[in-house]
Write a protein that binds this ligand. Structure first.
Ligand SMILES: [Mg+2]
Length: 137
């Protein structure tokens, strides 16, 4: 099941990506190393590699550094590493990513109602407390 070079988010399913990652691992007899703990650690390590690209970059500059071709490519490759370990972790934990994401969006919709959360970057626990206080405006 080889994916083609021109495959994009628009024409590829999560199931296909999961299959491609699974095949890569199985061709190398690496399933023996891919338990939930190891893959979760690998995923976190790759997130660390992504963070390293942005380390000490001012928030205002974090979009600007992406116009550098090499930096943009580095971000692409770290996101790919993260995506692949995420797919692998979902596979071995038997989690259907789409239904999990849809369930979590539903939960977040309840935690962050638009009328209370719009334009406010606060965690839902603080947001709930905030809404109990009288509006200062
Ligand atoms: Mg990496």
């Amino acid at each position: 099941m080889a994916l083609h070079h021109q495959q994009t988010d628009e024409n590829t399913t999560i199931e296909q990506i999961k299959g491609e990652v699974r095949e890569f691992i199985s061709d190398r007899d690496w399933e023996q190393f891919h338990d939930p703990k190891n893959v979760a650690m690998a995923l976190a390590s790759e997130v660390g590699e992504l963070l390293d690209i942005f380390r000490w970059v001012k928030s205002d500059d974090s979009f600007n550094i992406l116009s550098d071709k090499d930096t943009y490519h580095d971000v692409q490759m770290e996101l790919a590493d993260i995506a692949m370990f995420l797919m692998d972790l979902a596979t071995i934990c038997e989690v259907d990513l789409t239904s999990a994401v849809m369930e979590k969006i539903k939960i977040n919709n309840q935690r962050y109602p638009i009328e209370k959360a719009r334009g406010i970057a606060e965690k839902y626990t603080k947001l709930a407390a905030r809404s109990d206080k009288p509006n200062p405006e």
